[in-house]
Ligand binder design. Structure first.
Ligand code: TXE
Length: 488
């Protein structure tokens, strides 16, 4: 395992006093590695190296840049098991989910390798004869990428790949909780032949290295994923100095089940959405708004499902749900479970998992009788906790679903196409599902949300390329010097 930062094409051990202890959340006596923490001073060096690299990388033809991404895809494909194991051990999600995340990142790499052959501008008609007008896309320069721990492979990949293929160079700060997986990604790009300085990684703390990236005058754009509180602060600081910013933040996603819903399908989707990845997904299903005629039946089935989930270390093939990522998140989730017990009805779970005291394990938890003024209805818990509320019709479901300050994903279960389409129109989110779980995104589709979930361009798809480029509009007058007519 590489345990440092990566600067100018070499692994680098910062000499700061602080270290970052990488613990196994399934067994906190297990220290996986210690990383020396990079500091704000290292950001200057990282930016200088990235600026130098930009001079050559931005001039490499985009299809050639794409081939580097393609080689990274192939290398990653050859080491799926090792990547998944590292992810499982440092983040905690079960091995099957970790593998799924690695495969998702590989699809994103494939997609952006293809985009290198299509970095297209637009050709549009001019108002004047003999004038040719079109646009071209140009990279921004050095970009800053700050990522969270919950998808420590997929999120870095979906920022780094479009940034690089578009011709930018990157200063990347992974979450201090998951530096092992981040290092594995950097190693893959190194082996793929990415020139030195194009991807600078600093393993360090948010308030130090993260802040210095956000504030650095030579960083042209900041792409951030994390909490709403930090993200909004990042947004205002970076925007104030004129940088381009995109932030993907929290969620409080609802599944709506109307009276005619396929109950088994709802149960499957909610089990996956609420408890998959231990609920630590921005697209997690944290609310079920069920029609009053089926709310009892659904609650019963979900409670039974939650009780049957085998909790345990992600590396154990028998485990269906792993631990919470670290001590701080563990305390925060347990705190919310206490809040839920005070304000709603605890149907199952509600605390630490018995017999698993060596790690940060909590029980899958279901709250019933939740009302829209409860905190567990409104706030992102980021753990395996589901809040169920009863609704009388689609209008009320929409009112409840839209009441929260977030707007990432939502889903409806119904056989009535008219109701489904009214939901698609009325729901205030960035990603809408019909008869599908709230979780999931695909490389070629825009990913992101509205309200306090996001600001700036969507990620993945061509939107990822748009964020990491500027469009230049070109006017070519080939009329032999005749003046254009501006006096229409
Ligand atoms: O996020 P932070 P944390 C939510 C979720 C979770 C909470 C806290 O609710 O409970 O956030 O998670 C860096 N300037 N989500 O503490 O603090 C930090 O080092 C610049 C939802 O991990 O936002 C890390 O690399 N950077 C979300 C990244 O920001 C700073 C996914 C995210 O950290 C910084 C993750 C600063 N001042 C958490 N302070 C989702 N919806 O997917 C910290 N960082």
């Amino acid at each position: 395992m590489k345990t440092g930062s990566y600067l100018d094409g070499a692994w680098y051990h910062p000499t700061s006093e602080r270290t970052i202890k990488n613990l196994d959340p399934a067994d906190t006596s297990e220290v996986l590695a210690e990383f020396p923490a990079a500091t704000a001073a290292d950001v200057d060096r990282a930016v200088a190296g990235a600026q130098a690299a930009f001079e050559t990388w931005s001039k490499v033809p985009a299809p050639e840049r794409a081939r580097v991404i393609w080689r990274a895809t192939e290398i990653a494909r050859g080491r799926v098991d090792a990547l998944a194991e590292a992810l499982c051990r440092e983040e905690g999600k079960i091995l099957r989910e970790a593998r799924g995340e690695i495969m998702k990142g590989i699809s994103v790499l494939e997609y952006y390798a293809g985009e290198g052959f299509r970095l297209q501008g637009r050709t549009l008609p001019a108002e004047t004869a003999d004038v040719f007008t079109y646009t071209i896309r140009r990279p921004l320069g050095v970009v800053g990428l700050v990522t969270p721990w919950n998808f420590p492979w997929a999120i870095p990949v979906w920022k780094v790949a479009p940034a690089l293929v578009a011709g930018n160079t990157c200063v990347f700060k992974p979450s201090e909780i998951t530096p092992w997986t981040a290092s594995n990604m950097v190693e893959i790009f190194e082996e793929a032949g990415l020139p030195k300085g194009c991807l600078q990684m600093l393993v360090g703390y948010g308030e130090d290295v993260g802040q210095a990236i956000v504030d650095h005058p030579a960083i042209a754009a900041v792409s951030f994923t994390g909490s709403t509180e930090t993200g909004l602060a990042v947004y205002s600081r970076a925007a104030r100095r004129g940088a381009k910013v995109t932030c993907e933040l929290g969620g409080k996603n609802a599944v709506i089940a109307l009276a005619d819903a396929d109950v088994d399908a709802v149960v499957g989707a909610v089990m996956n959405g609420a408890f998959g990845s231990t609920g630590q997904r921005c697209t997690a299903t944290s609310r079920l708004l069920a029609h009053e005629s089926i709310v009892g039946q659904l609650t019963e089935a979900l409670v039974e499902g939650a009780k049957g989930l085998k909790i345990g270390p992600g590396m154990d093939p028998a485990s269906a749900m792993g631990p919470i990522v670290d001590a701080q998140q563990f305390e925060s989730v347990l705190g919310y479970l206490e809040v839920g017990k005070q304000e709603a009805t605890l149907c199952t779970g509600g605390g630490k998992a018995a017999g698993l005291e060596q790690g940060y394990f909590v029980e899958p938890t279901v709250f019933g009788g939740v009302s829209p003024d409860h905190r567990v209805f409104n706030e992102e818990i980021f753990g395996p906790a589901l809040s169920i509320a009863s609704v009388k019709d689609l209008d009320q479901a929409l009112e409840y679903a839209n009441k929260v300050e977030y707007g990432l994903a939502a889903s409806i279960y119904t056989q009535d196409v008219g109701q489904a389409m009214r939901f698609v129109e009325g729901i205030e989110v960035g990603m809408v599902h019909v008869n599908e779980p709230t979780v999931g995104g695909e490389a070629q589709l825009p990913f992101g949300g509205i309200k306090k979930t996001g600001v700036g361009d969507r990620e993945m798809s061509t939107d990822g390329i748009n964020f990491f480029t500027e469009e230049k509009t070109v006017f070519v007058n080939y009329a032999g010097g005749a003046a254009r007519n501006f006096n229409r």
